[in-house]
Design a protein around this ligand. Structure first.
Ligand code: ATP
Ligand code: MG
Length: 309
């Protein structure tokens, strides 16, 4: 159901039919006009104001339109709800080696897999201190989701805004890193998207039913700045800092697999950092400078205190 004016959707459908019956790129470079689609100019002008049409060209004698992405999305959404689909065959195909680059975190892997494959959405928020592979989890899911996923970073949400992005792309999975930094408008949109897949855009009183039930996987360092209603919509998994032995296992793996160190040198770095650092990013920095500085000096310069100078 869409709260567009009664009949507007029908107009858009007619326009879409017209557009697909002609060669837009060749015959209608400057857009079609009201004569082509037999819809009154005033009506077209209103559809344009509502964002369903793009104005490709305008002169005194000719106003050329084209269906906008929003217009197309409205039609697509309607067609999807028409056929009443529980999107068949749309279940994500998750590769067996999903998350294989992440060391440990077995329960989180299992939880995320279940949430990605469940019949109805369960949204997950990974929360915890830095360098615990939260972003890595989102990356892996994004890679598996391909076209069906949208990746967002809260601190850099696109100008178009979350609503338009989701309306346009109709993703199955929304991945949001740094959720705590997302702006208020996008957070408000997210709140309604996470409930039953119904999108309400307050600004223009428009609604759009998502054809498939999108699921959200997000990450944050900070839980305490999130509103209670947002937190309530997520299954929140708290990641706790690695124990000393977990840390050693993780950095041995990361350095050998991702940083290209030999297993021996990776083990050596782990041995030297034991008790000095608990941050995986420290180990990576050490590994990157070690070829120039030597291991010992790299550790000293990166992690040493002032007194050594
Ligand atoms: N369990 C792990 N398996 C593989 N790599 C890991 C693991 N934990 C940390 N890392 C590595 O540590 C680095 C930081 O990981 P990531 O960016 O995912 O952390 P994060 O939890 O998102 O941190 P932040 O909260 O600072 O954004 C990456 O290079 C990642 O490869
Ligand atoms: Mg991160």
């Amino acid at each position: 159901m869409v709260t567009m004016k009664e009949g507007d959707l029908q107009l858009l459908t007619e326009i879409a039919r017209f557009e697909s019956s002609v060669d837009l790129e060749r015959e209608f470079k400057i857009g079609w006009s009201w004569r082509h689609v037999r819809i009154w100019p005033a009506t077209l002008s209103r559809l344009f104001k509502d964002g369903y049409l793009e104005n490709v060209f305008r002169s005194n004698s000719y106003t050329g339109y084209r269906l906008s992405e929003l217009g197309s999305a409205m039609i697509a959404a309607e067609q999807n709800s028409d056929t009443h689909q529980t999107p068949q065959g749309q279940k994500l195909a998750l590769p067996d080696d999903l998350f294989s680059d992440i060391i440990g975190h077995d329960e989180i892997k299992e939880l995320l897999r279940a949430c990605l494959l469940s019949e109805k959405p369960v949204h997950v928020l990974l929360a915890g201190p830095p360098a615990l592979a939260k972003t890595l989890f989102l990356w892996d899911i994004e890679r598996a989701a391909g076209e069906q996923g949208i990746w967002l970073v809260g601190s850099a949400t696109s100008k178009a805004g979350l609503w338009d992005l989701v309306a346009e792309r109709q993703p199955q999975i929304l991945l949001i890193d740094e959720l705590d930094k997302m702006n208020a408008a996008d957070t408000a949109a997210l709140l309604s998207m996470m409930e039953g897949g119904r999108l309400v855009r307050a600004k223009k009183g428009r609604e759009l039913n998502l054809s498939n039930e999108m699921r959200v996987v997000a990450a944050t360092n900070r839980l305490n700045t999130l509103s209670p209603e947002l937190k309530s919509r997520f299954a929140i998994r708290r990641l706790t800092a690695y124990s000393r032995s977990e840390y050693l296992t993780v950095i041995k793996g990361v350095l050998a697999r991702r940083e290209g160190l030999s297993q021996e040198i990776a083990d050596e770095v782990a041995r030297r950092l034991d008790g000095i650092s608990q941050d995986v990013r420290d180990a990576i920095r050490v590994a990157r400078l070690a070829p120039q500085l030597g291991l010992e000096k790299a550790i000293r310069l990166l992690l040493g205190s002032e007194e050594s100078s």
